[in-house]
Design a protein around this ligand. Structure first.
Ligand SMILES: Nc1ncnc2c1ncn2[C@@H]1O[C@H](COP(=O)(O)OP(=O)(O)OP(=O)(O)O)[C@@H](O)[C@H]1O
Ligand SMILES: [Mg+2]
Length: 327
C-alpha cells in the first residue's frame, strides 16, 4: 500500500521534555524554640535536566545542603513545589520515604559517616539494587561487584567492610551504592570536600561520567569552584537562601554578572594555595533568620547603589538577580 501523502499535515510541535527536577519558589524554614524562624532556603527556583550537571555554589551557611535535602525529600518545604519528571514530590520522612524517591540518590560529604561500619559493602550496595527493583524499574543485571568495578574498585571488595578503605575509596563506594538504585538524579552534597586534592577531581569527574552515561542529572554542591568549573554544564550561585545567578558554566566564568559571583570567582584558590572564599568581601554571610532588607547582598556589595537596601531583586530571565541589570 502506498503511504498517504503527509504534506497536508501540520507538524505538531514536540513539547520540550519536562525537566528532571523542577524546583519552584521553594522555601525551607527551620524553627527553634524562642527564636525567629530561619528561612535557610528563601524562594529558590532551579531546574536540572536529564544528562545535565548543575553545580551549586555559595559560601557556608547559604542553604545549599538544606536545598539538597529538600530535593531528596528529607526536609519538608514550607512553601513552593518540587517536581520530579513533572510529578510533584512530597516529603514523607526518612522511614516512610516514597519508594519513587529512590530515583533521587544523595552522596554526602562525610565518607566516614555515610556507610554502615558493620555491614559488608557488597550488602550495602545490594540495598540500592533492591530499591530500584522495589519501584519496578527493570533490573540492568548489575551486581555489587559490577558497580564496584565501575567506580574503579575491585569486585572482590564487596566482601570487605568500610573501615578497610580510604576516604576517597569510601566515596567511590558511596557512589556505587547510589548508582545501584539506578537514580534519575544524583545529588552530591560536598562529596569531595573531605578528600585530598588528587582524589577530589578524580571522584568529581567520576560522578559526572557515571551520571551523564546513565542519562541521569547531577546536582553537585561544592565550595571548590575549580572542580565545579571542570564538571558542571550549568552553575547556580546561591547567597543567603536565594539563587543570585545561574547560567552555562563557561558563560558565567567568562562574564560573571552578579557582584557576588564576581567575588566568588575572584576567590578561586590560587596555585600558591591562597584564597578559597571571597576574601575581598567584608563580613560573613548574615544570619538567615534576620536577612538584610532589600537585596540580601547589599551590605557586602562593593557596587551597591541607592535603593539596593529597599528593593529585593528577583532572578530574571537572563539569570541574574541584581538591580544593575534591571530592565
Ligand atoms: N537543622 C537545623 N536547624 C536550624 N537551623 C539550621 C539547621 N540546619 C541548617 N540550619 C541553618 O540554615 C542555614 C543554611 O544551612 P545549610 O546547612 O543549608 O548551609 P550550607 O550552604 O550547606 O553550608 P555549608 O557550606 O557550611 O555546608 C544556616 O544558617 C544554618 O545554621
Ligand atoms: Mg552544606
Amino acid at each position: 500500500m502506498t503511504p498517504l501523502p503527509t504534506s497536508h499535515l501540520t507538524p505538531v510541535p514536540t513539547p520540550a521534555p519536562a525537566p528532571l527536577l523542577s524546583v519552584d519558589d521553594l522555601v525551607v524554614q527551620y524553627r527553634r524554640p524562642g527564636a525567629e524562624p530561619t528561612r535557610a532556603v528563601a524562594g529558590v527556583s532551579l531546574e536540572v535536566r536529564a544528562g545535565e550537571v548543575v553545580g551549586l555554589v555559595g559560601e557556608s551557611g547559604c542553604g545549599k545542603s538544606t536545598l539538597a535535602r529538600a530535593v531528596c525529600g528529607l526536609t519538608a518545604p514550607k512553601e513552593g513545589t518540587i517536581a520530579f519528571e513533572g510529578a510533584p514530590v512530597g516529603p514523607l520522612g526518612v522511614r516512610r520515604r516514597d519508594p519513587g524517591l529512590t530515583r533521587v540518590q544523595m552522596v554526602f560529604q562525610d565518607p566516614y559517616g555515610s556507610l554502615n561500619p558493620r555491614r559488608r559493602i557488597g550488602a550495602q550496595i545490594a540495598d540500592g539494587i533492591r530499591a530500584a527493583a522495589a519501584r519496578g524499574d527493570a533490573a540492568d543485571g548489575a551486581t555489587p561487584g559490577d558497580l564496584l568495578t565501575r567506580v574503579g574498585l575491585s569486585a572482590d571488595d564487596a566482601a570487605r567492610y568500610p573501615q578497610e578503605f580510604s576516604g576517597g575509596q569510601r566515596q567511590r563506594i558511596a557512589i556505587a551504592r547510589a548508582l545501584a538504585a539506578r537514580p534519575r538524579l544524583l545529588v552530591g552534597d560536598e562529596p569531595i570536600s573531605a578528600l585530598d586534592a588528587s582524589a577530589q577531581s578524580q571522584v568529581a569527574t567520576l560522578m559526572r561520567l557515571l551520571a551523564v552515561e546513565s542519562g541521569a542529572g547531577l546536582l553537585f554542591i561544592s565550595h571548590d569552584l575549580s572542580v565545579v568549573r571542570l564538571i558542571a554544564d550549568r552553575i547556580a550561585v546561591m547567597y543567603l537562601g536565594r539563587i543570585v545567578e545561574t547560567g552555562p558554566t563557561a558563560e558565567v566564568w567568562a562574564n560573571p554578572r552578579h557582584p557576588y559571583t564576581r567575588a566568588l570567582l575572584a576567590a578561586i584558590p590560587q596555585p600558591d594555595g591562597a584564597g578559597l572564599l571571597p576574601a575581598e568581601l567584608p563580613g560573613d554571610v548574615p544570619d538567615p533568620a534576620a536577612p538584610p532588607s532589600g537585596c540580601r547582598f547589599h551590605p557586602r556589595c562593593p557596587v551597591a547603589f541607592d535603593g539596593c537596601d529597599r528593593e529585593d531583586p528577583q532572578l530574571v530571565a537572563g539569570g541574574v538577580a541584581c538591580r544593575l541589570y534591571a530592565a
